[in-house]
Each structure stands twice: as structure tokens, then as C-alpha cells.
Ligand binder design. Structure first.
Ligand code: HEM
Ligand SMILES: *[C@@H]1O[C@H](CO)[C@@H](O)[C@H](O)[C@H]1NC(C)=O
Ligand SMILES: *[C@@H]1O[C@H](CO)[C@@H](O)[C@H](O)[C@H]1NC(C)=O
Length: 516
């Protein structure tokens, strides 16, 4: 009898709970929302990969959704016009970042650029990033690093091919490439391949970066259901703390090393007047740039700020560019006609020498391929979560302050209202009149104040790698079957199956390749 009564009470409670919530919702004019559970909210409806799961919900309930991830209110947007409302019209309101556990430990206590909320501090970081580090001038200064790394990859591939057909697993090649490029620009060091100066440091660095990736990808339920956070199930927080400590030491060691070198250079330049200024400039790394700023404004440019900025750049730039290159190559292998067209373009405009970054402007079709890849496989399919700092109106609905915003870019990029044959790979759609600029229908890098500051660097890196590989080798799939394009789970959308391909050096490039 007792049990019966309590079950009845429980049922009563749930019915009451959902009815009162409905009433409350319609009264508050909130966006449509599927039925939810107490405590979990809508967490039980979500599966991996999250962008697909949210897209299914949006197909049912509409392009604007109000959800609860545990106790956290979430707004999900899946149309270009609503994205425009959030990222253009209400840009400042949605320019905060939610305080998730990863930001505390991985994002230097929410002070690093990708994790800090909209504030004078964040604006200043953003200025340093765009003006001092990722400006087109500065990026240009580092083109030698990128060229050297891409050529080194090509050289390895050539050596391993023994001039015949071979198979290569490209996923790890691309991630080593972008890691070396980023560290080359940040610290002037390589951590993979030949000429690695300090093998022990390299191993340590690679392990930490991997752990940071794993941890930021572990969906942390504690972020949404506080009780679970206090219990730290699976020890996620403990691992984060350990990783953050190790990473901090590594970056500090790099900074100290640069400071020592800088002192030496300053000393020697005061001794000999004839130091080669050009040479000094060329060797400047991101760390050097930031240390120069530290000299002029030591209170602001603390080591902590520098470390936060560097680790954010490394984390934001490495995996994203590598995965995009892998998706692009996979698409090309499944569409040999497109690959052929790209090759013809390269042969016509670059000719019998290796691709240089300055050639990229002459290769519009290659750019179309990159845009089409970013459309179908945006590696940040939900951007990075934003959070609102005030109440606002989106799509005619009220959105409360403190709501986490997810923009389903993946869904927008496949919206049949915006794109003809949305799931087909057709780089040609970007030829002719600039359709991409029309509205926010292509936003793989986000839009507005929080948009990716590394977009042009990323396009250069991907373009150079892709172009050089197409130029130097004949590429084929392993066997008859198409490349499996399934997405794996993860924060940056990875390919479930690492890409493998068959290649052989092109006859016309043989001489060039053997001279590398
Ligand atoms: C294909 C490669 C890349 C893609 C698809 C990509 C995409 C994105 C996206 C979607 C965001 C979040 C935008 C938002 O919050 O609305 C972002 C943020 C960011 N990206 Fe990238 N990115 C790429 C490469 C890079 C590179 C190479 C760098 C720099 C080295 C970089 C640095 C950053 C930083 C620092 C942020 C945080 C900005 C902030 O919160 O203010 N990204 N990126
Ligand atoms: C993190 O920042 C908050 C203020 O935002 C401060 O109260 C706290 O002490 C900081 N924690 C650490 C570990 O620096
Ligand atoms: C690729 O897309 C970007 C917008 O993201 C646009 O500015 C650029 O012109 C496009 N390039 C081509 C070749 O369509």
C-alpha cells in the first residue's frame, strides 16, 4: 500500500512538473522544446555525434530549440538566418563562453583566449592574436616554416615509396605536419621526424597534447549535472589538473629558453654593431613576439598570459587543420574527377617546380575544394559554445541570460533550402558569383566577434599541404571500395576510420622529388 501511494505521488509529481513547465514555457515565450526529464533535462535525447543528434531534433521541432543539458539552459540554432541573429545582430550579447570544467584547467582558469568571456581582457587577447600573431604580415613571415614542413612530408613519402606504389596512413602524417608547423611558428622547434633537437622534450610534449585532446573531448557530465561534478566520476578533473600542470611546465621551459637566448642576442648586439638585422627578424617566433611585448609592458604580459595564449593557439590550430586536410583528401579520393581537375590547375599555374604559398592565389579551384570540404565536414560542427550575457530575442522567442548557444553549422551547411544537392561534393558550386558571401550559409570558422582568428592561416596550411601532395604524387584508394566518410565522436569532428591511401610519385616530379 505504501509503495503504491508513493508511486502514485511520484506519477503525480511528474505530471504536475511537466504541465507546469509547459505553462511556464508558453508564458515566457521560449523556443520550442521536446519533453524533458527532471535533473537530466534533455541529456537522455543526445547521442554521439552531437551535431547529428541535434539536427534530428531540429528536423522535428524547428531550427530554433530550447534544451536543458542537466541544469544548463541551451539554445540550438540550425538556420543561416537565425545564426545571423545570434552572431551579427546580437553578437555582443552572445560573445561570452560558458564556464565548463575544461576552461578552468585547460583554459588557464578561463583566462585564455578561447575560454575567456567578453571583457576588456579578452578584447586585448584578441587584439594580440589578430594584430601581433595571426596578421597576414606575420603569417607571411612564417611561410618558410610551413613550406619546409610540407616538403619534409613529401620527402618522407617519396623515400618510403621507393619509387613504386605504396600505402600510407595519412591521418597521423597530417597531425604530425600541423603539429610541427604550429610548434615551428610558436617556438622554432620540431617535435616529429628528423632534426628533433630534444627527443625527451618532444615525447613529453606530444603526450601532453594528446592528453589535452582526450580530456577536452571527454563529455563531462559534471558540467551539466553538478552532483556528478562533485563526485568527479572517472577522475576527469584529476587528470585535467595533472595535464594542466605538466603543460604549464613545458611552456614555461620554452619561455625561459627563449628569454635566455634573447639576452644573449641583446648582449652580442650591443658588442658588435654589425649584427644582421634581417636574420634576427626571420628567426622571430611567436614566443619572441610575446616576449618583446612583455619587455614593454611587463605587468600585463605576464608569463601566465603568454602561456595561455600559446597553448590556446596550439590547441585550436593543430587538430582542426589536420582533420580538414584529411577530410579533403578523403573526398578527393572518392571523386577522382575532382582530383584530376585540381592537378590540371596546379600543372597549368605552377608548372615544373614545387608549390609555394605565393601560388595559392592563382589556384581558385583548389580554394573551391577547401570551401566544399569545410562545408560538408566543418571540424567544429557546433562552433565553440557561446553564452548570453543578457536576455535577448531570437527568432521572435525570448532567450534568457546565461543560456549556452550551440550553432549547428553542420546542419546549416547541409540545409536543402540553401544548397542544391546538399550532401554532394561539388567544388564547382563555389565557382562564379560569390555565393558564400550572401548570408551566413558557410561559416566553418564562425562569424562575428568570436570568429576564428586563425582562418586565413588555416586555409593556407591546408591549401599548401593538399596542393603539394596532389602535385607530387598519383593518389588512389586502397582497393575498390569508397573511403568510409563516417564521423567519429569528438569535439573536433574526426573521421571515424583514419585515412589510408595508395600513392606513387608522378613521373614529371621525379627529378624534383629526388633532389629534396
Ligand atoms: C580548418 C581549421 C580551423 C577551423 C575549422 C577553425 C574553426 C574555429 C571555430 C568554429 C571557432 C569558434 C568560433 C565561435 O566561437 O563562434 C574557432 C575559434 C578559434 N580558433 Fe580556429 N579554426 C581553425 C584553425 C585555427 C588556427 C590555425 C588557429 C590559430 C593558430 C585558430 C585559432 C583559434 C582561436 C584562438 C579561437 C578562439 C577565438 C575566441 O574564442 O575568441 N584556429 N576556430
Ligand atoms: C580563478 O579565477 C577566479 C576569479 O575568476 C579566482 O577567484 C580564482 O582564485 C582563480 N583560481 C586560480 C587557481 O587561479
Ligand atoms: C570560400 O569561402 C569564403 C567564405 O568562407 C569566401 O570568402 C571565399 O571567397 C570562398 N572562396 C571561393 C573560391 O569560393
Amino acid at each position: 500500500m505504501d509503495i503504491f501511494l508513493s508511486i502514485l505521488a511520484l506519477i503525480f509529481f511528474f505530471v504536475f512538473f511537466s504541465i507546469s513547465k509547459r505553462l511556464l514555457q508558453s508564458h515566457k515565450n521560449l523556443p520550442p522544446s521536446p519533453p524533458s526529464l527532471p535533473i537530466l533535462g534533455h541529456l537522455h535525447l543526445l547521442k554521439k555525434p552531437l551535431h547529428r543528434s541535434l539536427s534530428t531534433l531540429s528536423n522535428r521541432y524547428g531550427p530554433i530549440l530550447s534544451l536543458r543539458f542537466g541544469s544548463r539552459p541551451v539554445l540550438v540554432i540550425s538556420s543561416a538566418s537565425l545564426a545571423e541573429e545570434c552572431l551579427s545582430k546580437n553578437d555582443i550579447i552572445f560573445a561570452n563562453r560558458p564556464r565548463l570544467l575544461a576552461g578552468k584547467h585547460i583554459g588557464y582558469n578561463y583566462s585564455a583566449i578561447g575560454f575567456a568571456s567578453y571583457s576588456p581582457h579578452w578584447r586585448n587577447l584578441r587584439r594580440i592574436a589578430t594584430v601581433e600573431i595571426l596578421s597576414s604580415n606575420r603569417i607571411q613571415m612564417f611561410s618558410a616554416v610551413r613550406i619546409q614542413e610540407v616538403r619534409s612530408l613529401v620527402k618522407d613519402l617519396f623515400r618510403d615509396s621507393e619509387s613504386g606504389k605504396s600505402v600510407v596512413e595519412l591521418k597521423s602524417k597530417f597531425s604530425e605536419l600541423t603539429f610541427n608547423v604550429m610548434m615551428g611558428m610558436i617556438a622554432g622547434k620540431r617535435y616529429y621526424g628528423d632534426n628533433v633537437v630534444d627527443l625527451k622534450e618532444a615525447k613529453w610534449f606530444r603526450e601532453i597534447v594528446k592528453e589535452a585532446m582526450v580530456l577536452s573531448e571527454a563529455s563531462n557530465f559534471g558540467d551539466f549535472v553538478p552532483v556528478l561534478g562533485w563526485m568527479d566520476l572517472g577522475g576527469v578533473e584529476k587528470r585535467m589538473v595533472r595535464m594542466a600542470k605538466d603543460r604549464n611546465e613545458l611552456f614555461q621551459a620554452l619561455i625561459n629558453e627563449h628569454q635566455r637566448k634573447k639576452k644573449k642576442v641583446d648582449f652580442s648586439s650591443s658588442m658588435e654593431v654589425e649584427i644582421d638585422e634581417e636574420k634576427k627578424k626571420k628567426k622571430k617566433t611567436f614566443i619572441d613576439v610575446l616576449l618583446s611585448l612583455q619587455e614593454t609592458e611587463p605587468e600585463y604580459y605576464t608569463d601566465q598570459i603568454i602561456k595561455g595564449l600559446l597553448s590556446a593557439l596550439l590547441a585550436a590550430g593543430t587538430d582542426t587543420s589536420a582533420l580538414t586536410t584529411e577530410w579533403a583528401m578523403s573526398l578527393l579520393l572518392n571523386h577522382p574527377d575532382v582530383l584530376e581537375k585540381a592537378k590540371v590547375e596546379l600543372d597549368m599555374h605552377v608548372g615544373p617546380r614545387l608549390l609555394d604559398e605565393s601560388d595559392l592565389a592563382k589556384l581558385p579551384y583548389l580554394h573551391c575544394i577547401i570551401n566544399e570540404t569545410l562545408r560538408l565536414y566543418p571540424v567544429a560542427p557546433l562552433l565553440v559554445p557561446h553564452e548570453s550575457s543578457e536576455e535577448s530575442i531570437v527568432g521572435g522567442f525570448n532567450v534568457a541570460r546565461g543560456t549556452m548557444l550551440l550553432v549547428n553549422v553542420w546542419a546549416i551547411h547541409r540545409d536543402p533550402e540553401l544548397w542544391e544537392d546538399p550532401t554532394d561534393f561539388k567544388p564547382e558550386r563555389f565557382q562564379g558569383p560569390q555565393i558564400a558571401k550572401e548570408s551566413l550559409k558557410l561559416i566553418p570558422f564562425g562569424h562575428g566577434r568570436r570568429a576564428c582568428p586563425g582562418a586565413s592561416l588555416a586555409v593556407r596550411m591546408v591549401g599548401l599541404a593538399l596542393g603539394t601532395l596532389i602535385q607530387c604524387f598519383e593518389w588512389e584508394r586502397v582497393g575498390e571500395e569508397k573511403i568510409d566518410m563516417t564521423e567519429g565522436p569528438g569535439l573536433t569532428m574526426p573521421k571515424a576510420q583514419p585515412l589510408k591511401a595508395v600513392y606513387k610519385p608522378r613521373h614529371t616530379m621525379f627529378n624534383l622529388l629526388s633532389q629534396l
